[in-house]
Design a protein around this ligand. Structure first.
Ligand SMILES: CC(C)(COP(=O)(O)OP(=O)(O)OC[C@H]1O[C@@H](n2cnc3c(N)ncnc32)[C@H](O)[C@@H]1OP(=O)(O)O)[C@@H](O)C(=O)NCCC(=O)NCCS
Length: 184
């Protein structure tokens, strides 16, 4: 499979990426839309998270997303908790660099990760959790074929109230069939 599309390149995370992604972790416009860790994140904390994320024996797969034209590190896409017996994993994505949002890069990263998960890791089911207020992400996932399977009611506390979190998933047969079933 190709590790690039028309607008992005995918590569392994590098330790030096942590200085950039640390800023995204502390940016409410990114963090609060991705169910992120709410305490302030220091560079040391982010570096230590990278060491765990890049450990060779873990069950999580992380890709750095680069803007293809400028080779700028703009985001992270992941499949975490890869279960090779049940063949499932939890998908996550942030395009942390706001200048690069809204240009189809998130879409391309989702397409890449689905291909990688289903055809490289042999997954059967890819699922995710998304705050119900994150309409942009839900729209992206729905167009990619994910279905809402349920709602974790008032699961996420932010700005003084609890918010619903949607569970969405895509099964390999639906993905292979080219999302012919248009049921929302
Ligand atoms: C949500 C996020 C990943 C989307 O990525 P993006 O690069 O900004 O968005 P894109 O330009 O790729 O896609 C967004 C829109 O274009 C659509 N789109 C883009 N390319 C497309 C294509 N080739 N075919 C069909 N639809 C396409 C998407 O479905 C979506 O549609 P809509 O906004 O009109 O409803 C990104 O904005 C982000 O990381 N935001 C902050 C953190 C976050 O919300 N993460 C998700 C946590 S669950």
């Amino acid at each position: 499979m190709k590790y690039e599309t028309n607008v992005i390149k995918l590569r392994a995370l590098r330790k030096e990426d942590s200085a950039v992604s640390c800023a995204w972790r502390n940016d409410p416009a990114v963090r609060d839309f991705a169910l992120g860790y709410r305490y302030p994140v220091t560079t040391a904390m982010e570096e230590s998270w990278y060491m765990r994320a890049m450990a060779p024996d873990n069950k999580d797969v992380y890709f750095a997303i680069e803007d293809k034209q400028s080779s700028t590190f703009i985001g992270i896409a992941s499949l975490v908790g890869v279960d090779l017996i049940s063949a499932n994993a939890c998908f996550g994505i942030i395009i942390g660099d706001k200048q690069h949002q809204g240009g189809g890069r998130g879409w391309d990263a989702v397409q890449f990760m689905l291909d990688y998960g289903f055809n490289m890791l042999r997954l059967h089911r890819i699922y995710l959790h998304v705050p119900a207020y994150n309409e942009r992400a839900i729209s992206l996932y729905s167009k990619a074929g994910f279905k809402i399977e349920g709602v974790m009611r008032e699961h996420f506390f932010l700005d003084g109230r609890h918010h619903d979190v949607n569970v969405m998933a895509l099964l390999k047969p639906s993905w292979v069939a080219g999302m012919k079933d248009p049921t929302p």
